[in-house]
Design a protein around this ligand. Sequence first.
Ligand code: AKB
Length: 320
Amino acid sequence: MNPKILVIGACGQIGTELTLALRKLYGRDQVIASDIKEGSGTLMSSGPFETLNAMDKLAVEACVEKHRVSDVYLLAAMLSATSEKFPQKAWELNMSTLSHILELARDKKIQKVFWPSSIAVFGDTTPKENTPQTTIKEPTTVYGITKLSGERWCEYFYKKYDVDVRSLRYPGLISWKANPGGGTTDYAVEIYYKAISDGKYTSFLQKGTLLPMLYMDDAIRATIKLMQAPKEQIRIRSSYNLGGISIAPENIEASIQKHLPDFKVVYQPDFRQAIADSWPEGMNDSKATEDWGWQHRFELDDITQEMLTNLKVKLSEKVE
Ligand code: AKB
């Protein structure tokens, strides 16, 4: 039987594409999109939508009951850069929303939970290259602290209450349908917009800042694959490392120059540099490969091709 799904935070960068993909797979009415505010026209016209404050536990529970939801994808969160500006708010939002959903699952009101973690669980003391699944985790950002705490909660609820919660440590995600907001890896999306609109980009991360990244199509495929895998295959209940490619701003610049030879990046690092410097350069995601067959598909030049092609159409439609 198809699951009845609630996507919380459906209008964000991941939520928009995940909701559309889940609707394609399971049918439009099987997937309830929810967010505190409405999303893009494409998302809003693709199926049912509920305005929902994920911090309001009673409202979330009422929505679950109303739609007889079986699976929740909880994507509402404050990302790394914004969290540094509002640390207390970040803690409250990121932790209370997870806690509400885990409690609903413990009380058997929902059957399955997806919750995203991040490469931000790692910190300065973590080995940077090919970062292993299990290693030192001493995050220095409040966002990373919320993600690491969340991972411990997920594993605890699985072990203690048999809650079927599944999670991925997303790297930076590159996409064109919906904008990211408030993250440190956002530069890797902005750079493509600016390449088309201005022919130059001022990067808030320094040349040489290697970070793990993934194209959104790969991230969505990983998420759905993880959620569809038989329960016994999910041997990690904190969160799986998810890698992809490892790139710095000048790598994207060079890739864009293959299409737009005059494109230039200048560097003006800001407070986000320290955040990026505390994160891994590349991830070892072999556990995800072993347990449920994960493999990324998009390399940097494939991503550039997709981004430039789709953004050119999107930006020209906005102008008209
Ligand atoms: C961020 O930059 O905050 C996020 C993340 C890596 O979790 N994209």
